[in-house]
Design a protein around this ligand. Sequence first.
Ligand code: ZN
Ligand code: ZN
Length: 259
Amino acid sequence: MLLVDSHCHLDFPDFAEDLDGIVSRARAAGIGRMVTISTRVRKLDQLLAIAERFDDVYCSVGTHPHNADEEDGITPDELIALTQHPKVVALGEAGLDYFYDDGSPEAQARGFRAHIAAARTTGLPLVIHTREADEDCARILEEEAAKGSFRAVLHCYTGGRELALKAVSLGLYIGFTGILTFKKSDALRALAAELPSDRILVETDSPYLAPGKFRGKRNEPAYVVEVAKVLAETRGVSLDEISRQTSENFFRLFSKVKA
Ligand SMILES: [Zn+2]
Ligand SMILES: [Zn+2]
């Protein structure tokens, strides 16, 4: 069984002492690829050091909406230049987060659009972070799609049904984390059951969001199996089938990653 963790943060201090252990536990659990996601363009070097050290680890480049003010004004051209590295396989994470007060909505929107422009030009997927911002996110996606198509995933999806279906209609993918395993996540599971099988991805967003069984502990890529198990159950298919579908989807979307 091959699974992929399409979204983790291996450069976070939580993992610093234990990176070899993290990666070997993921391999032992059948995780074939990991993408460690950028939250600050200015710290790409730290991510590249990790991606260069492990064959099966790739990375993205982008500004998390929480850091949008700090990195306000980064241009699509700057982002595009940084994607030339063979291990940089995606843009982001960028987008809108109105849950926390970090990052003004204006700077978040500017960053979001700059990342979309870079995704459009490079053909690389954009990893979109959207939280409590369904309406603005849907509006920006529609406006930007009208300018020309781009590829993207709404990662760690927690939004409403409407935004998810809009995204799917624009050709985008939806990523699920350990939140899918939480008791209170009935609406999210109903949505996960409904989406087309060629648009779903699994991820950990580790070190955050440990799935049910490990809740409250540090999360790590090996635990993406728990997300896949619940997604399989929710959709009424086997774990092998969900692994096959989500991995196929991953390699189709993250097409720069070696299969
Ligand atoms: Zn995120
Ligand atoms: Zn993340």
